[in-house]
Ligand binder design. Structure first.
Ligand SMILES: Nc1ncnc2c1ncn2[C@@H]1O[C@H](COP(=O)(O)OP(=O)(O)OP(=O)(O)O)[C@@H](O)[C@H]1O
Ligand code: SF4
Ligand SMILES: [Mg+2]
Length: 315
């Protein structure tokens, strides 16, 4: 693993055993996240984004089977037991959950919830604990941290709750943050607060991030690199600049045309069933450029620059 890689995923396959057959949610995924880098994972609903994040965190449902390699700071997580993962989850790998309102107990003061997070990482005494909590809140730009400690989550806005959760995530000095759909269902104001929170988190910790989102424009704004997923596999990976200015895969081009500012032109059709995947390109029956080769043979990822990779025969 390169010295500056925090996470290196190689040949990750995660599938679910169901009565109808195996659901191949993540197929042969290779991706690396470097120290301090924000990598966005985008793609339409059901393409495997959350399962990829859950595979790293080892919080998959009972019917899931994952194999491949997940190197986190040079340790192979694939062989880790849950007991070992508890030392990493919420400490070395912080998680910002999708719904901050559900993640904080509305009936328990912020103070107690933040102290618990501090205790989870390190046993410190009462006064030191308070100092640490205040420091964390200040880092997340709370102007009146004392007041926040003494209030209940229901008195805070959605954006502030997210910043509390981010402060709690800071306790373990994480080197990786996994945020799954942090802007889903939020209005424009809270959305920009979340972007600000993520930037603060990055500035304050130098932590690397895996940012899972539907929101292409948000990803381009926040991420250094973007990985696009379709039907369980990565189909294009590049710097945000390459993804925005030079999208190459027909599916990614379609995603751009489906943005409101480009006229909301939907991509016709639906992605294939993850139980019966086609032998060729998984996008072929929605692709205007599809040929017989696309239908029959599965394309591999091909590098077009040092940082840009695409899975398409037509390049
Ligand atoms: N426990 C399970 N058993 C069977 N299939 C599952 C299970 N959990 C998830 N899946 C399937 O795995 C696929 C990937 O799901 P995943 O939640 O990763 O999608 P996603 O890209 O995060 O979608 P969204 O954008 O809607 O959150 C989906 O087809 C889903 O139905
Ligand atoms: S491989 Fe063929 S079907 Fe698939 S995206 Fe490229 S051109 Fe379209
Ligand atoms: Mg998801």
């Amino acid at each position: 693993m390169q010295d500056d890689a925090v996470l290196k995923i190689t040949n990750l396959n995660t599938y679910f055993q169901t009565p109808d057959g195996n659901v191949s949610a993540v197929c042969d995924v290779d991706i690396e996240i470097k120290k301090g880098e924000i990598v966005g994972l985008i793609g339409e609903t059901g393409c495997g984004k959350s399962v990829l994040g859950e595979s790293v965190l080892k919080v998959l449902p009972y019917n899931a089977i994952a194999n491949g390699s997940i190197l986190f700071e040079n340790s192979e997580l694939m062989g880790y037991q849950q007991k070992q993962m508890r030392q990493i989850r919420g400490r070395k790998i912080a998680v910002i959950p999708q719904n901050p309102s559900e993640a904080l107990n509305p009936l328990i003061k912020n103070k107690k919830q933040i102290y618990e997070a501090i205790d989870h990482n390190d046993k410190v005494k009462g006064t030191e604990k308070k100092k640490q909590a205040l420091r964390l809140l200040q880092k997340m730009h709370f102007k009146e941290p004392e007041k926040v400690l003494d209030s209940y989550p229901h008195r805070l806005s959605g954006g502030m709750k997210q910043r509390i959760l981010a402060a709690m995530g800071l306790c373990g000095n994480p080197s990786l943050l996994i945020a799954d759909e942090p802007t889903k269902g939020l209005d424009a104001i809270v959305r920009s607060q979340v972007i600000e929170t993520l930037m603060l988190f990055k500035e304050n910790t130098g932590t690397a991030m895996m940012l899972i989102t539907h929101d292409l424009n948000f990803a381009i704004k926040v991420c250094d690199r973007i990985a696009v997923m379709y039907a369980g596999e990565l189909i294009e990976v590049g710097s945000s600049d390459e993804i925005f200015n030079n999208p190459l895969h027909p599916y990614l081009m379609g995603l751009f045309l489906a943005q409101p500012e480009n006229g909301l032109i939907p991509i016709e059709g639906a992605s294939p069933s993850l139980i019966n995947l086609p032998p060729g390109c998984r996008f072929h029956d929605r692709c205007e450029k599809a040929s017989e080769k696309c239908e029959r043979f599965h394309p591999e990822m091909k590098k077009t620059t040092l940082t840009h990779e695409v899975r398409c025969w037509n390049l």
